[in-house]
Design a binder for this molecule. Structure first.
Ligand code: NDP
Length: 332
């Protein structure tokens, strides 16, 4: 039973003057409807959270909004049959932090159907070192595997490699025996990327402008979190029957491509969405992260900040100046 009367949270408000975000105290009775109340331990700062907090894109669908598309915490109260007080639970997506109050808060109230139990093998902090970026990276890996991309087929390109999705994808794929080519705009991060398991590091400049409809066949598969010309060029240079898993738009939402790679080389462009991903698949992704991730190395890709710092760091994340993952301790 939660006896606190209020809690700390980030709150995004909108007035005629525009959108603002601030650290506030909220009364417990201001929480939205839901059958599970969670005492949040950690959330994270994802690309989408930074878009919501800065107002750079219309991520927030209702105001005022507590951002935070993911969190881990302890169930304080539950009317849901699958969860009891004391359970440690993880949430990713389902529109939380966009249309329903999210995880950048000491307390969250959500639908139990949206929660998964923290898998054995991960601490709460490790689960948020992974966060939505890590869970999405696993969904991308599962997509490549489902579509037949095995390590013997050839190199895998990972774009936005020094970012959250890219860092975890690089770690997972190299651990599974794939030869990973990390594509980055930050050559200074080459050592970091080799440390995650990348066999090669490539400057993204070579792939960031308009390219040919078809280029030399290079990749057996790709994980792309950038979009735009980079995604188009990855498709154009993917080998016969290769697969490109596309999950992000850090470089742009457009896709200036032709159908040539699809109709002449049988390339598959597979979309990956983490938000509405069915429960069974997301549980599988979390189980696999717990089993297959080198959790010791998670420390190398993550930095921890307190709730108040989130507002300062969000623009840096959008500017591509944050490496790896940001864990947010909502209680400091
Ligand atoms: P990060 O900000 O951590 O990483 C993004 C990376 O993209 C940067 O580190 C940088 O990598 C690269 N990048 C940034 N700006 C540009 C640019 N202008 N042009 C080309 N590359 C750029 O974000 P995340 O890893 O958390 O998310 C990546 C993307 O995936 C985002 O668009 C996010 O919205 C999306 N996403 C989608 C999900 C889904 O369900 N489909 C779930 C989670 C994320 P480097 O410096 O190495 O080049």
């Amino acid at each position: 039973m939660n006896t606190a009367t209020d809690f700390r949270a980030l709150l995004i408000s909108k007035t005629d003057a525009g959108q603002t975000a601030a650290l506030v105290r909220q009364a417990m009775d201001s929480l939205p409807e839901g059958d599970v109340t969670v005492q949040v331990q950690y959330s994270t700062l994802n690309y989408k959270d930074a878009l919501a907090i800065t107002g750079r894109s219309p991520v927030v669908r209702r105001f005022p909004m507590v951002p935070g598309i993911d969190f881990v915490g302890t169930v304080a109260e539950s009317q849901h049959p699958k969860f009891n007080a004391g359970d440690t639970v993880v949430l990713n997506g389902w529109g939380v932090g966009e249309g329903h109050w999210g995880g950048l808060s000491q307390v969250a109230r959500v639908r139990g159907d949206w929660l998964v139990k923290l898998p054995a093998g991960l601490t709460p902090r490790q689960s948020m070192a992974l966060g939505t970026a890590g869970y999405t990276a696993m969904l991308c890996v599962m997509t490549l595997q489902r579509l037949g991309v095995t390590p013997d087929k050839g190199d895998i390109a990972v774009s936005g490699a020094a970012g959250g999705v890219g860092s975890v994808a690089t770690m997972l794929l190299s651990r599974l025996g794939y030869r990973v080519v990390a594509i980055t705009g930050r050559s200074a991060e080459a050592r970091y990327l080799h440390g995650l398991g990348a066999a090669e590091v490539m400057d993204r400049a070579a792939l960031s402008g308009p390219g040919k409809p078809l280029a030399k066949e290079r990749w057996a598969g790709a994980v792309d979190s950038v979009g735009s010309h980079l995604l188009a060029n990855l498709c154009a240079s993917t080998r016969y029957r290769g697969v490109v898993a596309a999950c992000g738009l850090a470089g742009g939402m457009d896709l200036p491509a032709t159908v040539a790679p699809f109709i002449l080389r049988g390339v598959t462009l597979a979309g990956v969405d983490s938000v509405m991903c069915p429960r069974e698949e997301r549980e599988q992704a979390w189980q696999r992260l717990a089993a297959e991730m080198d959790v010791q190395r998670l420390e190398a890709i993550s930095e921890e900040i307190g709730l108040a710092r989130v507002l300062d760091v969000a623009p840096d994340l959008l500017g591509g100046r944050v490496r790896g993952r940001l864990i947010v301790d909502v209680n400091r």
